[in-house]
Design a protein around this ligand. Structure first.
Ligand SMILES: C[S@@+](CC[C@H](N)C(=O)[O-])C[C@H]1O[C@@H](n2cnc3c(N)ncnc32)[C@H](O)[C@@H]1O
Length: 440
């Protein structure tokens, strides 16, 4: 069998442009072959020294070190010592306005590629640049006596050696060092692949995944961490249905407020919630606004009721659908505790499955709110657009699938009346979009 050639040593690269992920693209000549190189921490026009870390389909990927003399005028000092090695952030070297310009341009290019024209572009909606991230899955790596806890490296599965993170909510960032010390003392430290951390408005929780049973001493150590740092500690021996509070500790739900709507939404640390609380408030305001004159809205991919409850509060009747049975139970509980049970009802439904081809939405449904996963609204979107539906508010975390679905909506007789980017994930290449469609 032919052996793969080793990756090259560091090499100089001239950066030409950026790709959708914020990687700087350049080219290098290797023998007869001109090879494409994609680099983190690189801006157009810069001469950089590239450390190649990965090869995929003929392209080399790695990290760049720019030459002082040829730095882009907009390059800014990064906020953290582990950038660009850490995979948590991709754009720390770019100022916020440039990150948003790039994300907006990427979205505009994709819409143009699909022949979709927006009547109006809303200016990007911005929030805190750091300390915004309320959820994370942290990896654990044990090397000899040392335990590393944090995000994984960008082009490797190794866990970065970090003791804090400026992108994380300060309460979560402050947990990294003490948590690392506690994990190092656990008997099962080599059998802890990850720890999920989550913050609500008032409280913080963590879920420790373990592949071997915890000893009594392990439980005592975790209980001490819970007490000293005021954090709810859960353990997880298998799937999410095995998430359990420590013995003798009550299950304690997290919550966030949507003050504009007088709502308080509860969630468990492993349920989906938008990671950026400030931007979520704006997204809920702008995402529900076009639907407020509807009689009945179907909130598809509704999760724990983030948009449904806000809409219901404005007097609209809402029917929320979602695949996760536990999220639907939580949405129902959230409706009851916020006095919305009469106006918002919820149902489990796999919206990508065959059963959703002819989704039986109530006949008077006149608006849709879509907030699907990265794969988009799925194969049945066209069938859901019954003639009485006049407006669709589409929240997307993937501009590629958003552009495809926007084309489908356009072909079904809808116009993209307004579109824009929300800065849900500053310092990363992720793009959050809200598009509003009206029937022509
Ligand atoms: C981006 S989240 C949005 C959740 C909610 N709208 C919110 O703002 O918190 C996408 C949701 O789609 C759900 N989902 C994933 N696959 C699904 C499927 N096949 N059918 C229905 N819902 C699905 C996930 O469980 C998740 O709650």
């Amino acid at each position: 069998m032919a052996r793969r050639k080793p990756l090259p040593a560091d090499l100089p690269v001239q950066v030409e442009r950026l790709d959708d992920e914020g990687l700087g693209i350049g080219r290098v000549q290797t023998g007869e072959v001109v090879r494409e190189v994609r680099l983190r921490n690189a801006l157009p026009g810069e001469a950089v020294q590239a450390r190649i870390l990965k090869r995929r389909r003929g392209t080399w990927f790695g990290n760049a070190q720019p030459a002082e003399a040829a730095m882009h005028v907009d390059r800014r000092a990064t906020a953290c010592a582990v950038f660009p090695r850490c995979g948590g952030c991709a754009l720390q070297h770019m100022p916020a306005h440039l990150q948003l310009e790039r994300k907006t341009a990427a979205l505009a290019d994709l819409l143009a590629e699909h022949g979709v024209r927006a009547a109006r572009w809303r200016a990007p909606i911005t929030g805190p640049q750091f300390g915004y991230r309320r959820k994370a899955r942290l990896g654990v790596r044990v090397v000899g006596d040392q335990v590393f806890l944090g995000f994984r490296e960008a082009f490797a599965s190794r866990v970065v050696d970090m003791t804090s993170c400026p992108a994380l909510d300060v309460r979560l960032s402050a947990l990294i060092a003490p948590l690392r010390a506690v994990v190092a003392a656990l008997s099962v430290r080599r059998a802890v692949p990850q720890i999920e951390v989550a913050a609500g408005d008032e409280a913080v929780a963590l879920v420790l995944r373990h592949l071997e049973p915890l000893t009594q001493e392990d439980v005592v150590r975790l209980a001490a961490l819970a007490r000293q740092h005021g954090v709810a500690v859960y353990t997880q021996a298998g799937g999410y249905d095995t998430v359990t509070p420590l013995p003798g500790h009550p299950a304690h739900l997290l919550s966030y407020a949507l003050p504009e709507f007088g709502l308080n939404v509860q969630f468990s640390p492993v349920e989906f919630t938008q990671v950026n609380a400030a931007i979520n408030r704006s997204l809920v305001r702008h995402g529900t606004a076009p639907l407020r004159s509807c009689g009945l809205v179907a909130d598809l991919f509704c999760g724990i009721g983030n948009f449904s409850l806000a809409l219901a509060r404005t007097g609209v009747e809402v029917c929320g659908l979602e695949a996760s049975a536990s999220a639907i139970l939580r949405a129902e509980a959230n409706a009851r505790r916020n006095g919305m049970a009469g106006r918002a009802r919820f149902e489990v439904s796999d919206l990508y499955g065959d059963g959703a081809v002819d989704l039986r939405l109530p006949q008077n449904t006149d608006g849709l709110l879509l907030d699907p996963p990265r794969s988009g609204a799925g194969p049945h979107l066209g069938r859901w657009l019954t003639p009485q539906i006049g407006v669709v508010s589409y929240v997307s975390c993937n501009p590629r699938t958003f552009a495809q679905d926007a084309r489908l909506l356009q072909d079904a007789g809808f116009a993209l009346t307004e579109v824009g980017v929300f800065d849900m994930f500053p310092q990363t290449a992720h793009v959050e979009t809200l598009g509003v469609f009206h029937r022509r």
